[in-house]
Design a protein. Structure first.
Length: 297
């Protein structure tokens, strides 16, 4: 969503072709796109999978953060759901159970989308993947961001004090990644990630020079991948903009514990079903009963 909202905000600055070129580099469709993507109609709700991936040389990588957004232009509402990385889920591409963040290592974006679709029983229409290691480049490209740290902590030699502060990309990456010192664990980390994303969007909308935009587009081009085309981004910006004014953020409660020799965040069938139907309502889909994951081992 970072790239979508920043890019959509650039259209009034006469740099359409530069933006179009960058979007073309970021574009990578899913095999199932033609069967799932709704027609762009002002009344059709959509879902977007936001994926922050930890990719390093010689390593396929795993998803470091996962957020599902459902956007309904009729009700003018957006729902954001953060999925804890340790959530126990059925990994579609491997036909087995594991932590949901392993879905990317096994099946890439395609496998992750399939796993999320099965876990929540909703279609994933679009995705935006951000390379977390290059996340700092995007923050630096907008001139840094303002955050309000709820407590002081140190991660990998970088100290972040409590309170309001302006931070650069390197510090922002640590701020968005830390979870072991957070009293709320992964839930606290998810909240900080959403804070940084919101601030990137804000700072990106304040840029005034073409040089700044070129730096930002270069950072996005290197670190973002999506199945959204330029025309689709423009259509979303025009038709779904009002829904961004009313954003509801949801968390997925569960129990932490060992299953075999692996620690999981285990979500009950009742919780998963209730969440699924909330999202299905947002997407104008009928309620359905979910297959009980807890009975499958």
């Amino acid at each position: 969503m970072v790239s979508l909202l920043i890019i959509s905000g650039l259209f009034g600055y006469s740099i359409y072709y530069a933006v179009a070129k960058s979007v073309d580099h970021m574009y990578k469709p899913l095999h199932s796109d033609t069967n799932k993507q709704p027609l762009f109609n002002p009344h059709n709700p959509i879902s977007i999978l936001l994926l922050g991936v930890d990719e390093r040389p010689g390593d396929v990588g795993r998803s470091d953060s996962m957020i599902i957004m459902t956007v309904n232009p009729e009700t003018e509402t957006t729902t954001m759901v953060s999925i804890p990385r340790d959530t126990r889920a059925f990994i579609a591409s491997k036909n087995t159970y594991n932590k949901i963040n392993a879905a990317y290592a096994y099946g890439g974006i395609e496998g992750t989308a399939q796993t999320v679709e099965q876990f929540l029983n909703i279609p994933i229409h679009y995705y935006i993947k951000v390379n977390m290691d290059g996340f700092k480049d995007i923050v630096d490209a907008v001139g840094g961001v303002n955050v309000n740290s709820p407590f002081p902590f140190t991660l990998e030699g970088i100290h972040i004090p409590k309170g309001k502060q302006h931070i650069n990309g390197e510090v922002a990456l640590k701020y968005a990644r830390m979870r072991k010192e957070d009293p709320r664990g992964d839930f606290g980390r998810q909240q900080r990630q959403r804070e940084v994303i919101k601030q990137i969007i804000h700072e990106g909308s304040q840029l005034t020079s073409l040089a700044n935009y070129q730096k930002l587009l270069k950072a996005l081009e290197k670190n973002v991948q999506t199945n959204l085309t330029m025309d689709q981004m423009i259509a979303i910006q025009r038709s779904y903009k009002s829904a961004s004014k009313h954003i509801k953020q949801l968390e997925i409660p569960g129990d932490g514990g060992m299953v075999g020799d692996i620690w999981y965040h285990t979500v009950s069938d009742e919780t998963r079903s209730n969440l699924s139907n909330k999202l299905r309502q947002q997407l104008n889909l009928p309620k359905e009963n979910l297959m009980k994951e807890s009975s499958n081992n």
